[in-house]
Design a protein around this ligand. Structure first.
Ligand SMILES: [Fe+2]
Length: 186
């Protein structure tokens, strides 16, 4: 007599399937081990929330993920020209909220409302055109930003921890307190 095939749905079915208490130990609306959510006005009313990064360049932290090594922020640029040449070993997702910019290595322009996927391992040079007085873009960056010169020599580095350090120093400086950044850290 042939053995009956095991029922795949039975095999993979979680033990608590069909029960109402999906999580037995809840904290509010989430599992007790889940980190708290973040819900903030992305465009801050207080100018001090923008962290200066370079002449005419600021970032606004939204989510600083120390477990994955990833961060979400708004980048605001109020100067034209070449901003940076960089490599990121991991993916980047961007959504342009205002203004426009492009990478010298590509023939497209990211404009208000554009979504951009930047594949891991690409070197590109960010340029804001002369006729753009301000650009604001949401970026979700994993891993690091490795800044390069024209000869691809390594000239700088950023990751979630350097971003946190910059925020702490700036918020301390402007009177918000270093721990103002804590609300964005998970
Ligand atoms: Fe990039």
């Amino acid at each position: 007599m042939m053995n009956k095939e095991p029922d795949a749905t039975q095999q993979t079915r979680p033990r608590n399937a069909g029960e109402n208490n999906m999580y037995k130990d809840m904290k509010g609306s989430a599992h007790r081990l889940a980190p708290p959510e973040i819900a903030v006005k992305a465009m801050p009313e207080d100018e001090r929330v923008w962290v200066p990064q370079a002449e005419g360049v600021w970032f606004r932290p939204l989510m600083l993920n120390t477990l994955v090594g990833q961060w979400c922020n708004l980048l605001r640029v109020r100067r034209a020209g070449v901003l940076s040449r960089h490599l990121h070993p991991n993916p980047v997702h961007g959504y342009v909220i205002e203004g426009r910019w492009y990478y010298r290595e590509h023939d497209w322009v990211a404009e208000t409302g554009s979504y951009v996927f930047e594949p891991p391992g690409e070197v590109h040079t960010l340029v804001v055109p002369d006729d753009c007085s301000e650009m604001i873009t949401f970026f979700n960056i994993t891993g690091s930003m490795i800044y390069l010169d024209e000869a691809n020599k390594h000239v700088g580095y950023e990751d979630v921890f350097t971003k946190i350090d910059m925020c702490r120093a700036h918020y301390e400086n402007v009177g918000l307190g270093a721990d103002y950044v804590d609300q964005f850290i998970r």
